[in-house]
Design a protein around this ligand. Sequence first.
Ligand code: 3NM
Length: 219
Amino acid sequence: MVRISNEKMRELLRVYFIMGSNNCKKDPLEVIREALEGGITLFQFREKGKGALTGEKKHVFAKEIQSICKKYNVPFIVNDDVDLAIALDADGVHIGQEDESADRVREKIGDKILGVSVHNLEEARKAIAQGADYIGVGPVFPTKTKEDAKEVQGTSLILSLRQNGIQIPMVGIGGINAENASEVVKAGADGVSVITAISLAESPFESTKQLVMTVNECL
Ligand code: 3NM
């Protein structure tokens, strides 16, 4: 395996859907199917918070989603749980600032995709130095999904990271939907990552299609 190129990484970040079983009101496997059918470009398994599955149940659920993603040729990334990512031979791992350091995770996962959440220029520079393939920047807009989310940044942090020479593939996160996604991409992100906009949509399929259209129109 070789590390993913920046060009390919940017393509994958266009519409990055993140989900765990507790982010859905309807059957999560149906939600992921609709999102894939609608054209998501990357998926992150984030089984976290109240009511989240653990242990064997988590493993089995992750595996089910991974096999659906494979059918659509969409890479499957695991949030935080490096051991699970390795056990499933996932396509990558996404970590936050509270998790194991990026360089340790890079050592463990070899050339798999590594994403790191950052909230300022210093964290972005550190993530790059430690081997991140992309950074997630947020929360761009207010979000109800992450209880410990940092202060809302608007699109200004994305803009200022780009102005400060941060060229790594970058995705915005937090409160993003089809109405505000274009602002995020115009500020300099390569794409948007969303939970609610797809997981709780009346039609995850239609919602995904709208996001894909909106992002592609900006690029
Ligand atoms: N990380 P929604 S915001 C998982 O700011 C996550 O790093 C964030 O969910 C960060 O699309 C967030 O429902 C939640 O707002 C995103």
